[in-house]
Design a protein around this ligand. Structure first.
Ligand code: PGA
Length: 251
């Protein structure tokens, strides 16, 4: 499990969208558009049923595969769940963990997210841990407390060395799917706050990347990536269109 360290991470989170045919034509269109983007690690996270066909399509391209979720056990009587071993076998190098939609609609708790994070790491899958505050929490000036508590709980029991493999995705809930984004200064400030937390917990020399997510689009990618604490982006809506996603990757 090796992540190209100096590369920016450009991650497409397709959420519950696309069928097999649409996924295949997306890859066919995207690959030639991004083939020169040597400074980025491009990752597509499709739904579970599309993992294997997308893995087949991206073979010998510059694109990697991620899942949108996983379960914390390897196998057993957990109807409807998908294990880290299964997504690994399907070709995944990465998995999104603790996305706010799962915290919200599927009632995922910090404790479950912590277990999933450890299960991913135990199975050589690079976790993309999502954290973020609601609009109310930001307005009440509670952003830092919320993020710190999400990070503390999710990362409980993970040692310094293992933590190096984790990617943190800062996704303010009020920016997801809304077309609203924090200002570049707010993004930089929040990322620096997360960076300081990680330095305290896992040492100053840790290189854990912090990426931003929430209404990223071709129009705002430049100013977001100009912030030096930002190591990439997690893109929902704008990642469904190969031309838009390519413009983001090639910003
Ligand atoms: P969005 O979603 O780009 O559509 O806001 C981002 C995400 O939920 O990861």
């Amino acid at each position: 499990m090796q992540r190209a360290e100096m590369k920016n991470l450009m991650i497409a989170n397709w959420k519950m969208n696309k069928n097999a045919k649409e996924a295949a034509s997306f890859v066919d269109r995207l690959v030639p558009l991004v083939k020169n983007s040597k400074n980025h690690e491009i990752i597509i996270c499709p739904s579970f049923t599309l993992l294997s066909p997308v893995a087949e399509k991206i073979k010998n391209t510059c694109i990697s595969l991620g899942a949108q979720n996983l379960f914390c056990e390897s196998y057993g009587a957990y109807t409807g769940e998908v294990s880290p071993l299964m997504i690994k076998e399907a070709g995944c190098k990465y998995a999104i963990i603790g996305h706010s939609e799962r915290r919200d609609y599927m009632c995922e708790t910090d404790e479950m997210i912590n277990k999933k994070l450890k299960a991913a790491l135990d199975n050589n899958i690079i976790p993309i841990l999502c954290i973020g505050e609601s609009l109310k929490q930001r307005q009440d000036d509670n952003t830092k407390e919320v993020l710190e508590s999400q990070l503390k709980n999710a990362l409980k029991g993970i040692n310094k060395q293992t933590a190096q493999k984790i990617i943190i995705a800062y996704e303010p809930l009020w920016a997801i799917g809304t077309g609203k984004t924090p200002t570049p200064v707010q993004i930089q400030e929040t990322h620096l706050f997360i960076k300081e937390f990680l330095a305290r917990e896992f040492g100053k020399t840790n290189k854990m990347p912090i990426i931003y997510g929430g209404s990223v689009c071709p129009e705002n990618i430049r100013e977001i990536m100009m912030q030096d604490a930002v190591s990439g982006v997690l893109v929902g809506n704008a990642s469904l269109d190969p031309d838009k996603f390519a413009r983001i990757v090639n910003y």
